[in-house]
Design a protein around this ligand. Structure first.
Ligand code: MG
Ligand code: ZN
Length: 210
């Protein structure tokens, strides 16, 4: 495991230099299957695609279903199929970037494989990580899967419109997130109602402009 992560870190450092040289900000978007990553991405692209130049890398075990959705938003998208692999790694990103014109992009969004565990361990060379935690997953997840929340600059408490139908305690989730990672940014979002999306996109736009 140590050797695998060490080799990955070396490649991630090369990716990070490649992105810096091209002036590309890279967000590694993580979260459980069904947390709403792709829908959030669609909503984000709708709001930002005319403000900055964005490309997307979609990671999934199988199918190009998510890439087809992103393509409809009118941005360049590359699908990576891991054929059963439960996370993306730096080598996959390096290979995918060979078919992207990085000089023509401001923000590259990588949607990782749906998984709260190992995607957090594999550096892709990204500028920052983001994690989507949907209300239906339960407020206990930050303490049960601490690494992904420690590693992420931002957490989106997504599907916030479903709050009345669950026992999810937002205050307790916020406390746990801040205990794990004092500087973490938290947004409450609903892609169904549009809640919080303007604030999230404004934050992302600011990060992408750095
Ligand atoms: Mg998806
Ligand atoms: Zn994995």
């Amino acid at each position: 495991m140590k050797n695998i992560l060490g080799a990955n870190d070396d490649l991630a450092a090369l990716n990070r230099k490649m992105f810096a040289d091209s002036g590309v900000v890279v967000m590694n978007l993580m979260g459980s299957p069904g947390s709403g990553k792709t829908t959030l991405l669609e909503q984000t692209l709708t709001r930002l695609a005319d403000k900055i130049r964005i490309a997307v890398i979609e990671g999934d075990l199988f199918t190009a279903k998510d890439a087809e959705r992103i393509e409809r938003a009118g941005v360049d998208v590359i699908q990576i199929n891991t054929a059963g692999g439960c996370h993306l790694d730096a080598a996959m990103i390096q290979k995918a970037c060979a078919s992207l014109d990085l000089a023509a992009i401001d923000l590259l969004i990588v949607e990782n494989v749906g998984n709260l565990v190992c995607p957090a361990e594999f550096d892709l060379g990204e500028t920052f990580k983001a994690v989507v935690l949907s209300i239906t997953e339960g407020d206990d997840k930050p303490l049960k899967y601490p690494l992904i929340f420690k590693e992420s600059a931002v957490t989106l408490l997504n599907k916030i419109d479903l709050l009345p139908f669950t026992n999810f305690d937002v205050k307790s989730a916020r406390n746990d997130l801040t205990t794990l990672h004092p500087s973490i940014k938290i947004f409450e979002t609903s892609c169904t109602l549009g809640t919080g999306l303007d604030a999230w996109c404004a934050w992302l736009l600011e990060r992408a402009a750095v």
